[in-house]
Design a protein around this ligand. Structure first.
Ligand SMILES: O=C(O)CCC(=O)C(=O)O
Ligand SMILES: [Fe+2]
Length: 349
């Protein structure tokens, strides 16, 4: 438990330093420091050993240092690999035990922990052709599987598909109370999220999904004078997953043979709230269906593409699906005034 707390604390520290590097002020960081990644637990889907699940990087707005390091690294990559390889091999051969003790490697799952800088420097440079000349997010009303596959599925171009979920019962079913009942009455479901999935409290003070469901009814309903909230979580309880899937289907336009992740992501909260700018390190592109309310997405090119690609916004209304690759675009969201925003989504390949 202590080790887990330490891991969470370290992640917060990393996120904080990333936010500082992009020029955020201390108070702003405090206000906006979310636990993106802070509750990172092994995801069954990804099979990664270290820090799996939705790993996010905040290091975007002033990422020039990272860009510079990446350029230098690329230029001297072979030499860097050779030197690091030789030093590690020699050091490992002669000082194995000393190094293991010195760096506490026995207790660590990862020798090099992910932090914003490491992630930003290490990610591959993108080919900016994918977004060159795209100045607005396409909005499609009559999407077909064929068009989706040809134009959007793997092109890296985000797309908004209007009225894509007209027949999902989720739109009449999903609510704060529905999720609360489902999770609190399904044995082990809250523990599964805590131990195997991720919970993003964003600006709230909730430590866990269970804490979130414990809020007062007045706060849950965004009554006047109550603190507002926005949270997100992934589900890895199979009973809950089965019930959720009775209320939504795989989007009809996804390629028939595409494997859809079994991991559902739910984001829920009130006006003005949302996720702040970040880049994900997930395995596949994502879709997200707007079950209730409306939310505006801001999509920002990675630094190496900012001279050829542009930032774009789109507002997703109830009944729409937004599809994009969260590994290729920095992104943030903001709930528009009105109903509570509830979304469900997943990855596809
Ligand atoms: O829906 C949100 O507020 C954020 C979602 C997100 O960051 C993602 O799907 O990658
Ligand atoms: Fe994201």
């Amino acid at each position: 438990m202590e080790a887990k707390r330490k891991q969470i604390r370290d992640k917060f520290r990393n996120l904080k330093s990333g936010a500082e590097m992009k020029g955020m002020k201390a108070e702003e960081i405090k206000q906006t420091l979310i636990a993106t990644g802070a509750q990172s637990a092994p995801s069954k889907q990804s099979g990664l050993e270290c820090d799996s699940g939705k790993i996010v990087s905040l290091l975007r707005l002033d990422s020039k240092p990272a860009l510079k390091v990446r350029q230098v690294l690329r230029k001297h990559l072979l030499k860097v690999f050779l030197v690091v390889g030789v030093v590690s091999a020699v050091g490992g051969y002669f000082f194995k035990e000393t190094l293991i003790e010195a760096f506490g490697i026995r207790e660590e799952r990862c020798v090099l922990n992910n932090n914003n800088f490491v992630m930003e420097v290490a990610r591959p440079m993108l080919n900016c052709n994918m977004c060159a000349g795209v100045t607005r997010i396409p909005i499609e009303t009559d999407m077909t599987s064929e068009v989706f596959i040809r134009k959007f599925a793997y092109s890296g171009i985000p797309v908004l598909i209007k009225g894509a979920i007209a027949n999902w019962t989720a739109m009449d079913t999903f609510s704060f109370q529905f999720f609360k009942k489902l999770y609190t009455e399904t044995e082990g479901a809250l523990d599964a999220v805590e131990n195997e999935c991720q919970f993003f409290p964003y600006k709230t003070d909730f430590d866990t999904l269970g804490d979130m469901f414990n809020m007062s009814e007045a706060r849950a309903n965004f009554s006047e004078g109550e603190k507002t909230w926005y949270v997100g979580w992934s589900n890895c309880d199979s009973t809950v997953g089965k019930i959720l899937r009775e209320h939504y289907q795989r989007p009809f336009f996804l390629p028939q043979d595409s494997e859809s992740s079994m991991l559902d992501w739910i984001f829920m909260g009130g006006t003005g709230q949302g996720a702040f700018v970040h880049l994900d390190f997930v395995e596949r592109p994502s879709w997200q269906a707007q079950i209730s309310g409306k939310k505006t997405w801001r999509i920002i090119p990675v630094p190496e593409c900012e001279t050829v690609c542009t930032e774009m916004n789109v507002t997703v209304h109830k009944g729409d699906i937004f599809v994009f690759d969260s590994n290729l675009w920095y992104h943030s969201t903001k709930v528009e005034p009105g109903e509570i925003s509830i979304t469900i989504g997943s990855e596809y390949d």
